[in-house]
Design a protein around this ligand. Structure first.
Ligand code: HEM
Length: 111
């Protein structure tokens, strides 16, 4: 009886582990965000809600506006637009700005 209980517990544990392993890639995908159309980015074109598309990804830079070392106006000018050229022109290849950007990623720019 005791042995059976142990077997059942172990089987249950294995099932839970298997489920967790299967669910993990899905969670990682969710962390990747969702597809966002440029038209939706364009609806977030103010300092109150500032989304910017850069190199095929979309970022919510609202919180970053007052923190940008290069000035709030530089970021505000990009709200609601595809700012790839401006970002690359200023910061292309710089690790700091690129990793900073990652913190604000909310999704991928839909085709
Ligand atoms: C759109 C996303 C942007 C992010 C996440 C970003 C991020 C950053 C970061 C992290 C720094 C500090 C770099 C360091 O000290 O190593 C910085 C500095 C700077 N950024 Fe940006 N930046 C962005 C866009 C822009 C744009 C579009 C411009 C100009 C058109 C710009 C102009 C500058 C300038 C001039 C500095 C240097 C400020 C100083 O050292 O006094 N940035 N940015």
């Amino acid at each position: 009886m005791r042995r059976r209980l142990a077997t059942t517990t172990l089987t249950g544990l294995a099932a839970v582990l298997l489920l967790a392993a299967c669910a993990a890639p899905e969670a990682a995908e969710e962390a990747d965000g969702r597809d966002i159309a440029l038209s939706e980015v364009e609806q977030n074109a103010s300092a109150e809600s500032c989304w910017v598309a850069i190199d095929g990804d979309v970022y919510d830079l609202t919180e970053w506006i007052p923190q940008h070392p290069g000035g709030a106006d530089r970021i505000e000018a990009l709200c609601g637009t595809d700012g790839t050229a401006q970002f690359e022109g200023q910061h292309g290849g710089q690790g700091g700005p690129e990793s900073q950007l990652e913190e604000f990623r909310i999704g991928e720019l839909a085709d």
